[in-house]
Design a protein around this ligand. Sequence first.
Ligand code: SF4
Length: 704
Amino acid sequence: MLTPECIVSTVCPFCGVGCNLELHVRDGFIYKVTSPFDAVVNHGNLCVKGRFGYDFIYNPQRITVPLIRKTPQRPGERTQAFDLSEWREASWDEALDYVADRLVEIYRKDGSHAMAVYCCAKATNEDNYLLQKMYRALFRTNNVDHCTRLCHAASVVALQMAIGSAAMSNTAAEVIENDVFILTGSNPTENHPIIALQMKAAVRKYGAKLIVVDPRRIEMVDYATLYLPIKPGTDVPVFSAMAHVILKEGLYNRQFIAERTENFEAFAASMEKFTPEYAENISGVDRDLIIEAARLYATAKNAAIYWALGIPESSHGVANALSLINLALLTGHIGRRGTGLNPLRGQNNVQGASDSGAMPWHYPGYQRVDVEDNARRWEQAWNIEPGGLSRELGLTTTEILSSVGPGGVRALYIMGENPMMSEPNLNHTRKKMQELEFLVAQDLFINESGAFADVFLPAASWAEKEGTFTNTDRRVQRVRQVIPPRGQSRPDWEIICDLAKRIEKRLGRPQTAYWDYRHPSEVLEEMGRYVPEYAGVTYERLEREGGLQTPVWDRQHPGTPFLFADTFPRGRGKFYPLDYTPNAEMPDEDYPFVLSTGRVLEHWHGGTLTRHSWLDDLFPEPLVDIHPGDAAHLGIQDGDAVRVTSRRGSIVLRAHVTPKTNPGVVFIPFHFREAAANLLTHDILDPQAKIPEYKAAVVRVTKA
Ligand code: SF4
């Protein structure tokens, strides 16, 4: 048996559960990953990604030297270059000087509206804080966003409207303290596997009752007391019908409503029409199931709601999320242990990237950019002249690409994201990427987006740098360097600081903001000085105490496992009246199926990491899940090649005939370039959250 030279504790780089890992290193090589049984988050359990998915670090296709495209790329003629022969190696000085020259040239020519950046939910809090700081402080733009726009943006908007805070209200592990919990639009077995284990324990060991509301017959249905097989996009009628029953039967919490909420009457009046019969007609869910679910949730001592992207990824995602929030306010199942509103975050650091200001409408700490006091505070923080920071709301990721062209965004900087796989309606995205005047990619591999770039900056992996991640239940944890960066790759935070100084010099702004950090701990300290929720989070405390759950108001504050014990950040929780809005596309004769997209256990998002890992051997090709009844009707057998076509594109892949998906619904994971699911999805957005409707494009399926 190998004896480890050292074992380093860190955090999993994949999902928002934030499992604690031990990386075993010998001769500078990570050869094994384990997890300690006393790990706070995961108690020694890991899923296949955390346990075995780290080998992308050593993949020979990884880029470890700066690259510049040999042929200059022109707007409209930009091409993808996956082949290294189309690039030449450069020194860091040459690559960063070139990036600084071109960005400043475009900024001078076209102004701050031409500049935009994608931050990264896989990168650390410190990386994200610095990248948004560079764009805001130097290019004076709020065109700063990251993939939260594509996942929980509608949950964030709804939660901020109703209670004033967008994070999970409670700790994931509190699920074992629920008497009843609703799981909707979420498949934790594949997407949050360790939370799925805790949910199963809550049911089987601690006696909790589970209500699953989902258009797919996910594995958690096997553990459910009630399963409501909802049609995609009919969340508002179903959850509002539950509210209707709770109101009619007097099961609501009068004291909580009187003391802690507002707008109850208007909300209650709007629920009149949502009878269980009305909801059944729209959603296909039996009215008696809706009534039973309402009674079970409302009469529980402690009940909670957990949701993932099936709720927000909709053209009416904000209303979907509000229908859940209304239920919690109606019953008072919030503000106590074992209750709550819990949007499960996907990426390892999507919560932290949002906290760190990688958002177009907010500085770090969710401070609105259009509020004068906030702008002044950050001008002081970054040594910027009064009025220097933009007060204009920035563009979201979806808007950044749409705006590319004359008068819109001209230069884009992408750190660790892959819009050419993750944006909806990829044919449109491709056209927009081609029209960019200048594109920088900072990543580990040349992925589908980086292949369009002018310059590729090789970043260190999570195991090669220091920092912090904030997981789905607001736990800030240390990411530790385990091995040196491969080749010439560098930590993101170092690359950004080096580049920022070059840009600052070219702009002739002597020492605007501070960029001379010696360690990421200094970055977190700076953020904590201006973000009250992080005021008490220091590297020293994280080393001593392990993770800290925000808000951590000062250096003595122990952190906050559950929120809203006494009040909501906006004061009273606000009920919102709701109406039913159908999906932007509805099935018809030509396109009779509803396509839902998502992830599988073995892969991660656009596949940049997991398709460069041996995990790809476990799930090597794209599949479309189709119900046995639908498959029989179309003459399709399991494993047949089929063509799936929407109004925007067409892909060919194999059929997976399974009762896991309900009749009329097909499911395709979005990890596979060879059959990119987002060629099929549409780009109609929720008007408030600007999030696409990934869960409900209509398609037809034919034998290929
Ligand atoms: Fe990593 Fe998430 Fe799996 Fe835990 S559950 S090991 S955090 S991917």
